[in-house]
Design a binder for this molecule. Structure first.
Ligand code: TXA
Ligand code: MG
Length: 344
């Protein structure tokens, strides 16, 4: 498939170029576009054939539902048959932005889009290119993260150009994603709204406006004390080619450096991802992600891809704080590691 690749400046959008991609979407084709969270692969959410192309390009299991992206709040009432008061408050407060809400669906939303569920996930992104593309196409656009299923989500244009060229009809390259992890997903079909996926909009941000919100505790399920070379129990989500381990505990610097030296003797290339404050403490290939959880989130997926580019065999990731945004960071990291944790 030939892919139209366009480089667009978010601060000075070339409308004529963007219209070509809006046209592709209207023709039932797939277009990758930047959002403030991660890049998404979009297609007309109300057109089953178009939606099928997304699943095919990603190699995604068809029972995994998609998020429908909108540029105008009124569209929610077309997509959902019942928008609760709490959902309305949250939409007004956090949209456009990195938040997805789950609502009972209306008939116009095909089962293909919702993976057969009776609910629909909706989000209004804040990225200016994304909003303008949605507006120009006059569609509601289903868009999962634009990675091959199982790989880290893409946060830079180069990630999608390298991975998805010739798998989609259009790619719009914008800036690096602001947040770098996917939107918070909150389910309003539960009595008490339930966070299904943590993101930069935290449980306490939501509780400030709608009162009690639950968070699915299994999001941070841990298995402790697994040996560093535990045989392949790789959970395929956000995974680079390298094997990933999270480490923490007593004398973590000396202990991890000892493992890195042992690996070196066996010709195993090691990498470390860590807080910027600790970057001089480690041997091996070190990538500093940032000083706080928000900065760490924005660089996490890119660092995993960089480790692959450097042909690293094993990545050791510091356990980061479980503060508000840190919960979202650790959720992604736990999945990327297949919940493999080394506790010293
Ligand atoms: O930030 C984001 O949300 C990005 C950008 C592109 O907008 N999109 C994204 O989509 O992360 P995706 O498909 O990679 O993740 C969507 C998540 C999945 O975990 C999916 O299972 C869940 O949302 N989801 C979608 N519809 C749902 C529904 N009706 N009920 C429960 N979970 C749903
Ligand atoms: Mg995804």
């Amino acid at each position: 498939m030939k892919t139209l690749i366009s480089y667009i400046d978010e601060q000075n959008i070339d409308l004529e170029e963007l219209k070509k991609h809006a046209k592709l979407l209207k023709e039932g084709k797939t277009v990758i576009f930047p959002t403030e969270t991660v890049y998404g692969i979009g297609a007309d959410a109300l057109n089953e054939d178009a939606v099928s192309k997304i699943y095919k390009a990603k190699g995604r299991p068809s029972d995994n539902p998609l998020i429908v992206h909108i540029s105008n709040i009124d569209k929610v009432y077309e997509l959902s048959r019942n928008v609760s008061d709490k959902a309305k408050i949250v939409m007004e407060k956090f949209w456009p932005g990195p938040l997805t809400i789950i609502l009972p669906k209306n008939k116009i939303v095909p089962n293909k889009t919702t993976g057969g569920l009776d609910t629909v996930a909706v989000r209004m992104p804040s990225n200016k290119i994304a909003l303008k593309l949605l507006e120009l196409s006059d569609l509601v656009v289903a868009a999962p993260s634009a990675n091959i299923s199982g790989r880290p989500s893409p946060t830079k244009g180069e990630h999608v150009v390298n991975e998805m060229n010739e798998k989609v009809s259009g790619i719009i390259v914008g800036d690096k994603s602001d947040f770098g992890i996917e939107s918070t997903v909150i389910d309003f079909t539960e009595e008490i709204p339930l966070i299904l996926r943590p993101g930069v909009i935290s449980q306490s941000d939501l509780e400030k406006v709608i009162g009690k919100v639950n968070i699915d505790k299994s999001l941070l399920k841990k298995e402790d004390n697994i040996k560093a070379k535990a045989p392949g129990m790789k959970y395929t989500h956000y995974s680079p080619n390298a094997d990933v381990f999270i480490f923490s505990g007593e004398n973590k610097f000396e202990n991890i450096n000892k493992i890195i030296k042992e690996n070196e003797a066996k010709n195993i290339k090691s990498g470390v991802i860590c807080k910027t404050q600790n970057k001089d403490k480690y041997l091996g290939e070190v990538i500093a992600l940032g000083k706080d959880s928000l900065e760490i989130a924005s660089n996490l997926f890119d660092s995993l891809r960089q480790m692959d580019n450097k042909n690293i065999d094993v990545v050791y990731a510091e356990e980061f704080e479980f503060d508000e945004v840190g919960v979202a960071v650790m959720n992604r990291l736990l999945k990327a590691s297949g919940y493999k944790i080394i506790k010293f």
